[in-house]
Design a protein around this ligand. Structure first.
Ligand SMILES: [Zn+2]
Length: 555
């Protein structure tokens, strides 16, 4: 009680009392009060115990019985893209192409975007548009022919561009199809304005890169939104958010924000370096997993090995039930993937791979094995991000290997409406097996993939616990045996994510010696009915002992 690691009594800067602390520490699962000093949790216990540490200089915060959990740690998102999305044309709310065209015109007008400058947006979804089809350049030309326009589909893997953008990028019927990508053509062989996977970069290459100050401003804005949701750590994939794909710029922006003391969250960078030249340049610059500090740290090599289920580009071992003959897209051959994974692993990088389809996951496991054969490391904490279309064999492989499962329950909201169409009933039964993975002892962490899905951890919690979309569909939940308990889900969002960044001794639970990263909730998630979980809000967020968000300041 009241002693720090050196055994000396320290001056308590702040005591949070009358709380219901859910600690994630099996030795002491609950507490009423916590004392914080120098960014760390110094003591916790009953109100009486902790209040004995109070001195004249201690600030006491009365939590009035509110529930406190360790700060949330989103194990996979795109913070810079999320920051950009806060400024961009949001397309997800439109229900028809006509509405979207009208919305685009309004956005140009309201933001006074001059002719020649880009209109960038994301979030459109062919499945929820009345017309039920993808956008083409002809649709976007109705928004403007004087502004170049580039709108990314909700999945992030397909984008539509207007004629002006195609002209600026010099794309015409002669443009060759890029490796790992696809340019859709009309019946006459002219580009339709739809770009899949790697083909998107043909347009992205001509979009001007934001200035260093603009990058910082976007990260800061995104970080503040995170703080408002009780998120104190993120594991973020940002290197390709900028069209120049310059990792130096991203790292410099984060480091500057840390130096200025402005960033209200901690960041573990998932380093997207999809070819050997980029990976080598990164390694030669001295970067490795773990380089950095408690605020910004280099994380794993991140690679995308396939696409998405919505776009039917996730790599399956058997064709799509609703698109016979199509098994999706492999971004790398097995040999290419092996080379990158082995190189990174040998050089001291953790590796976390995006894989949605079962065939993509099988490739990942093979590459992990190749890396270990080449250069054995104890507990390398390899990870697979998304892992949606699992099979019995893959589930066993997760359990056997200890590969980390970066699960994303929030994507169920969209996916549960289409999984059976895409795969057929039988294959669908073995997918999104979050409970099975937890029960098998697989290290599971939760993520939002924001801005693809909502960044709000309470929406993830609701989806994980109910297996329903935000409207409560289907009654009883989809594959209900895969529901997580509230405790399992919260654990995966805190300690589970900390494990994925080798930081489970630093954060993820409320214990003396750990950083004081805490979220104070409006309701107790263990007591509200499961369907209400998504409506819980965050009242206060502490990062490193500092209050970085309060709902009172906000209103
Ligand atoms: Zn992602």
């Amino acid at each position: 009680m009241g002693e720090n690691r050196e055994g000396k009594m320290s001056v308590m800067e702040r005591i949070l009392m009358n709380g219901h602390f859910v600690t994630m520490d099996p030795q002491r699962p609950k507490a009423e009060a916590v004392a914080l000093s120098k960014g760390k949790i110094v003591a916790l216990g009953s109100r009486e115990e902790v209040m004995t540490l109070k001195t004249r200089d201690t600030e006491v915060v009365d939590l009035r019985g509110k529930t406190v959990v360790p700060g949330f740690n989103d194990s996979h998102l795109h913070l810079l893209s999320f920051g950009m999305s806060l400024e961009r044309f949001e397309c997800s709310t439109f229900r028809s192409i006509d509405q979207l065209v009208e919305g685009g015109r309004l956005h140009l007008e309201n933001h006074q975007i001059p002719a020649g400058q880009w209109l960038l947006g994301r979030g459109w979804n062919s499945l929820t548009l009345e017309e039920g089809r993808d956008l083409t350049r002809h649709d976007l030309d109705r928004i403007s022919t004087r502004h170049p326009i580039f709108l990314t589909r909700i999945c992030g893997h397909i984008a539509a561009a207007n004629t002006k953008a195609l002209e600026m990028a010099g794309i015409n019927r002669e443009t060759p199809r890029p490796a790992g990508g696809h340019i859709d053509l009309d019946q006459e062989g002219n580009p339709l304005g739809l770009f899949r996977e790697n083909a998107r970069s043909l347009i992205q290459a001509v979009i001007p890169v934001p200035s260093p100050d603009q990058i910082k401003a976007m990260l800061l804005r995104a970080g503040k939104v995170c703080a408002g949701y009780g998120i104190t750590s993120v594991q973020s994939d940002d290197f390709e958010a900028l069209s120049g794909k310059d990792f130096h710029q991203v790292i410099q922006a984060y480091q500057a924000l840390v130096t200025e003391g402005n960033l209200p969250i901690r960041v573990y960078e998932q380093c997207l370096l999809p070819d050997m030249d980029q990976l080598n340049a990164f390694l030669e610059a001295g970067w490795r997993t773990g380089v950095g500090d408690e605020y910004f740290k280099i994380g794993p090599l991140k690679l995308l090995t396939d696409g998405s289920l919505g776009a039917r580009t996730a790599l399956l071992s058997e064709p799509y039930a609703d698109d016979p003959g199509n098994c999706g897209i492999a971004v790398f051959s097995q040999e290419e993937l092996d080379r990158l994974v082995v190189r990174a692993h040998q050089a001291g990088m953790q590796v976390a791979l995006h894989a949605i389809g079962d065939a993509a996951m099988t490739m990942c496991f093979k590459s992990f094995e190749a890396a270990q054969q080449h250069h054995y490391k104890k507990n390398p904490r390899f990870g697979i991000i998304h892992l949606q279309i699992t099979t019995e064999a893959l589930l066993k492989r997760f359990a056997k290997t200890g590969v980390i499962a970066y699960a994303e329950p929030v994507c169920l909201g969209n996916d549960l409406h289409m999984v059976e169409q895409r795969l057929g009933k039988e294959r669908a039964e073995k997918t999104y097996q979050y409970r099975r993975l937890v029960d098998d002892g697989v290290p599971v962490c939760l993520s939002s993939d924001s801005p693809v899905d909502s960044i709000n951890p309470m929406i993830s919690l609701h989806a994980a616990v109910t297996r329903q979309d935000e409207q409560g569909f289907p009654a009883g939940g989809w594959l209900p045996r895969q529901k997580l308990t509230v405790d399992q889900a919260l654990r995966a969002m805190t300690l589970g994510s900390a494990y994925a960044s080798f930081e489970e001794k630093l954060k993820g639970s409320i214990e003396p010696g750990k950083v004081a990263d805490l979220a104070v909730l409006s309701e107790d998630p263990f007591r509200v009915p499961a369907e209400e979980l998504q409506h819980i809000t965050v009242e206060m967020t502490f990062m490193n002992g500092k209050m970085v968000y309060s709902c009172q300041q906000d209103s």
